[in-house]
Design a protein around this ligand. Structure first.
Ligand code: PMP
Length: 359
């Protein structure tokens, strides 16, 4: 349905209709100039050749420093999506099952299925603050469980996992010998403190995937990274060798520049999303929707009792606003997801139309 909405939005636009696109997590903000300049300078300096499948040393070292690990624990990937895929591929290709809390980012489920792995969905509810129930999680783990995927902060709810629950999940995973893949792609720009999986894990038994797309508005550049133990990093590197070989070096140089400027760039981006989230929260509350307050950028996942979000989403598209139905993130028919990835004035117009549609 997510793709159907997108295709319909493109069709309506090609017919000359104005569509406010709040259906994808692709920021409207431009990649900061300093990053573009760094890529250009690197290309001009001839960094246009094949390179290491681990990634450039300077970048790995800088990331290691930022995350408090060793450079040997870092491998550069073409976006964090490839990082998630490569990790799941290596851990699941022989079968087994993976536990995924819902609502979820659809790719986890689709990747697992493409590898012939079983997915065990662990439902969470808005009314419980989207908390993972540790007893339910324990009951889902069996001898074939290879992995638990956490998305912290979460797409589509923008909820950060509270420390007590995260402690409980990690304790359980350690006790049962199950690896956690923690997708923290929204972590650096979350509005509240977000405990990283790396804070638990001196030995790197668990895995972090993240990237530059969201923090620096670099979705199209395709660069991310994995932090894991050396054995897994080596295996991912081998997979890189037989597939993508390496992320272009000039893109890695641009990413290094982004990290040098991280404090100021990420701060600006975060502040903008916080304003947008406030605007959305006020209007949606007035219109009678319930939702948990966004604790990270990009998404709100409102609910209205009795709403058929697929029908609602298609009708809203005819009124010029594209959002994503809740069914794209698991069994959440009464919810829909708004991506706050448009200028504030457009978001305001869209929110007014959403309010009218249920008024
Ligand atoms: N994880 C989550 C939860 C996402 O929402 C997205 C992008 N929508 C990604 C990973 C992929 O990001 P990247 O551009 O780094 O591949």
């Amino acid at each position: 349905m997510l793709y159907e909405i997108n295709e319909k939005a493109i069709r309506l636009e090609s017919e000359g209709k104005k569509i406010i696109r709040l259906n994808l997590g692709d920021p409207d903000l431009a990649t900061p100039d300093e990053i573009i300049e760094a890529a250009y300078a690197s290309m001009k300096a001839g960094k246009t050749k094949y390179s290491s499948s681990y990634g450039e040393n300077k970048l790995r070292q800088k990331l290691a420093e930022l995350h408090g690990v060793k450079a040997e624990n870092v491998v550069i990937t073409p976006g964090s999506k490839w990082g998630v895929f490569a990790t799941m591929y290596l851990m699941m290709k022989g079968g087994g099952n993976v536990i995924i809390p819902t609502p979820y980012w659809t790719a986890y489920d689709l990747i697992a299925k493409s590898l012939g792995a079983e997915t065990k969905l662990l439902r969470t509810e808005m009314e419980d603050g989207w908390k993972v129930d540790l007893d339910k999680l324990e009951r889902l783990i069996d001898k074939n469980t290879r992995m638990i995927i956490l998305n912290n902060p979460n797409n589509p709810t923008s909820k950060v996992i509270d420390v007590q629950t995260l402690d409980g999940i990690v304790e359980l995973a350690n006790r049962k010998g199950v690896t956690i893949l923690s997708d923290e792609v929204y972590g650096t720009i979350s509005f509240v403190k977000t405990k990283s999986i790396l804070e638990y894990d001196g030995e790197q038994t668990h895995i972090l995937t993240t990237g530059f797309s969201k923090t620096f508005s670099m979705t199209g550049w395709r660069i991310g990274y994995i932090i894991a133990n050396k054995q897994l990093v080596d295996k991912i590197t081998k997979l890189n060798q037989i597939t993508i070989n390496n992320v272009p070096v000039f893109i890695q140089d641009a990413a290094l520049k982004a990290l040098e400027l991280q404090k100021e760039l990420a701060k600006k981006i975060k502040e903008e999303y916080e304003q947008r989230a406030k605007l959305a929260s006020t209007t949606l509350t007035k219109a009678g929707f319930s939702f948990t307050k966004p604790e990270a950028p990009f998404y709100v996942f409102p609910k209205m009792s009795g709403l058929d979000s697929e029908k609602f989403t298609l009708e809203l598209l005819d009124k010029g606003v594209a959002v994503a139905p809740g069914t794209s993130f698991g069994d959440y028919r009464e919810h829909f997801r708004i991506s706050l990835t448009a200028p504030r004035a457009e978001i305001k117009t869209a929110l007014d139309k959403i309010s009218e549609a249920v008024g």
